[in-house]
Design a binder for this molecule. Sequence first.
Ligand code: FE
Length: 356
Amino acid sequence: MKQWLKVFFLLILPALIGFQAQAQAQAQAQNSTPTKEINLYSARHYQTDEVLYSEFTKQTGIKINRIESEDNALLERIKSEGSNSPADVILLVDAARLWRAQIDGLFKPIQSAVLDKKIPVNLRAKADSDGTAWFGFSTRARLIVYNKDSVNLSQVDSYEKLAEPVNKGKVCTRSGSHPYMLSLIGAMIEIKGQPATENWARGMVANMARPPRGGDTDQIKAVASGECGVALTNSYYLVRILRSTKPEDQALVKKISFVWPDQKTSGTHINIAGGGVAKNAPHSKEAIQFLEYLASDSAQSYFADGNNEWPVVKTVKVNNEGLKMLGAFKPEDVSVAAIGRNQIAAQKILDRVGYK
Ligand code: FE
């Protein structure tokens, strides 16, 4: 064989075949759909979430990568990641925090006929441009708990009454600047206006049994011990104690009772856990798909049950023992967007009256 033929068969031909095989593999890789996924930044982590997320992957083939953290840490992380953030979906608790994330430009406005139909108008917030910035997917109520020995129900059956002289030295709350309190005050501003809300806040400060401190569960414990006569708590903290089999919790339950505030007037203050699509979401189509999934009947049950909350989709049946213990009530119908908008005014009121 001639020398050049040898070179062709031994070196050039294999190289050509190699090139072709490589090109074919590349073409195949480009044609086959890449693994679909979303990056979920979530401030919630409950047992039922495992089923909630795996069911979505089963239905859609979309894998969920979870980044779970406490609300503030999560928001700081997204901000520091900036336009490179891989976040697709952001889940947070409380309208105050969701609104803050919106103001900070962390949400991408979205359009979804499914979500518009299923999520009540007062439980979602419009974006500045066209579309919705965030949606509520479960609700929680802000309840009044009181000591059965030292307080009469009729003295504490509205938020307003907690600020009246009859409750002097009896009232306990967590810090006024906590999102749960800011949202309650934001709703009050919407219902009663700023001057009346400021009077209320001043009355609350005058009635404190101790300076605001601790979380909602700490308020319940202080009511049971008698240090406080009456306090405010989100419903799921109370449910946790009501359902607890620990002897110390059962002892607490014997000392306290709770009331749905404002049942004859505007209704009990309601807040949400919710979320939206992240501003720079690399997979925004799949992110919307995920939010629409959260509004489905089965997902609604898992989402709400995880923290003993109520589903937002009206057709979903509630089958949660803890919520049955609380019974039915009249909720306020203030919009979560308005509650968000009123945060700054609420904080200013707190500063003026010295509500720490
Ligand atoms: Fe909480």
